[in-house]
Design a binder for this molecule. Sequence first.
Ligand code: ATP
Ligand code: MG
Length: 728
Amino acid sequence: MDYISGLNDRQKEAVLHPEGPLLILAGAGSGKTRVLTHRIAYLIEERKIFPGNILAITFTNKAANEMKERVAELLGGDIGYIWMGTFHSICVRILRQDIDKIGYDRSFSIYDRDDQITLMKECIKEQNLNKDIYKERSILGNISSLKDAMISPDTYINQNYNDYYRRNVGELYALYQKKLKQNNALDFDDLIIKTLELFRADPMVLDYYQKKFKYIFVDEFQDTNKSQYELIRLLADKHKNLCVVGDDDQSIYKFRGADITNILNFEKDFPNTKIIKLEQNYRSTKNILNVANHVIKNNSERKDKSLWTDNEEGNLVVVETLPDSQEEAYFVANMIEKLMVEGYKPSDFAILYRTNAQSRTFEEVFIKRGIPYKIVGGLRFYDRKEIKDILAYLKLIQNPVDDISLKRIINVPKRGIGNATMGKIEQYANEVGESIYSVLQKLDDIPDLSTRAKNSIKGFVEIVNNLMRIKEQMSIKDFIEEVLKETNYIKELEKQDDIESRTRLENIREFISVAVDFEVKNPEGNLEDFLATVSLLSDVDKTEDLKNTATMLTVHSAKGLEFPVVFLVGMEEGLFPIFRALDNESELEEERRLCYVAITRAQKLLFITHAKIRTIYGNTSYSLPSRFIDEIPKNLITTTEESSNLGNNKRRLVNIVDRTKRRKNNTVKSQENKDKVQVGTKVNHKKWGIGTVVQIKNKDEDKELVIAFNEPIGLKRLLLSIAPIEIV
Ligand code: ATP
Ligand code: MG
């Protein structure tokens, strides 16, 4: 295969570069990553470099996966022995091999954000510090910066001995590290720091990797911090075949210590660096690129660049004002439905937001609308084990024939009911054609059960029967607490008393607040309604093809990616740019670079939205449109009203979609159509509009449906025979 056709001259030059350090500095969408992947393929195929001698580093898992796919495609197979991944994943690989040389066990755990917070809370408590002043998140932020800058707890304490607050931060840092070590755990920053420590402590290990990695590549080089830079500098020290690509306009991790001086140092640390600049953008339409250029040009700390494109003019960028964040989510969902009618597929869409907390509203609306989606970088709340466990208990109590739920929790916490026992019970239940829970009521009929097993099961059945009896007598919140208590679920976690169990306990508390929230919104709602709502939230996309889903992600994690259609949401002063940047010029410039990153992800269509009223962290306030919107010349933007001439009522966009769909269905008589209703079916109700069927129960001759409609209507119970609905 030819690795250089389809590249422009500058790109070719980079791919064919013979040996030695190479620095590619260029704007968004100019083909930096493409050059990098082509060069890797070229080295392997043409220059016969062994794949195991290549190391390629990117910033996010998603970017790493895309890079793997691109290289595999070029090589016509898989990427074999190439080491390709994020700084973190590369370091984990190295540490799993050799971390015992610096006193850790090789089976170390990696603590995620939640675990870190739990651990820091403990440290603050142990140090007897006021938790209103010492907030775990901000302390962790401090510690992370210190680690990036490679400053140890002792150094920091000594430097700040006379500053009471900082000295305490230093003490917390020391204690936090000690506890990590006791738990044989590393946090994300440690992964880099400990690898460096290992290289320093054991030159043989360093030597091995220096020899191994003859060619090293780093994408998004503008975002490397000090410790990461040190790591690649060390690794490349022998062969000096280091190729880094980056864009100073996209440097968005200054707050994490990313250091643009790394680019300057690079030329110093690696004399005779070849520098290549790329100027043609291949990703976006002229209009989108134009908007991006106009925004970034307001930064003063930048080298002026001229990025141009040969692509089509494209549509104007849409800027849309919505009354509140709910409406914003509906707007995006409506637009997506409309564009899908025009032929776009779910995976063409990305919703970019500034802060993770914004995703929840979009999740809820997408679920209601049946738009498949995934969230990049983060386990969804309802995917967590403890949440699934509680739900399984509740589902079983609500619905004793739910064997799946029963099997999930019959031995959680451990009650000595093993797989063999369960096997016998299940087999018997199958033979007699009853649910598992029902045969558990008559244990003596089940062959071959030991007395011990029988006793354990009796205990379990008693607990569940009891809970079934009392469920109507209390609020949902109280009932959930009762379940957690009676089943010993909480007690077991408390007994376990480690980071993991404490994190689980916090998630359970969060789940209880979901219940409280539900009760406030649905004073009439019972456990069944609650489960219907929650199951709807948790069950989505299980069966969906995860590849063909819309993507929700923060702007930070969108770096390096591209999507045909981008919704850049929550563009409001105080949100984007974020509040703390409002009175700080340098942070503001970082926010602007972030905005530039967001805009340049879009290939064909870009929608920018802002809401007039927004609730952030429980506070509702009026918000002004982001200054970045004001920086776009008016002739480059439009609104959906102008662009589709729909008049004032945005709801009409929905109507258009509905009408197209209805036309399709009108030929089918609604009554025969109705028999096809099943869980997940979307229906259109005369008064309430589009909803999704979330539950069906036989009721005498008829069926009772629970349908989730858009807020504020919510869940409704209807009898199938008389409900004025049709399938859409
Ligand atoms: P970012 O700064 O956002 O990381 P980038 O500089 O890494 O962007 P790429 O992702 O490599 O840019 O390329 C952007 C898009 O342009 C990709 O879809 C890529 O395949 C395409 N592209 C790059 N170079 C060319 C070329 N010479 N001809 C056609 N398409 C190209
Ligand atoms: Mg890139």
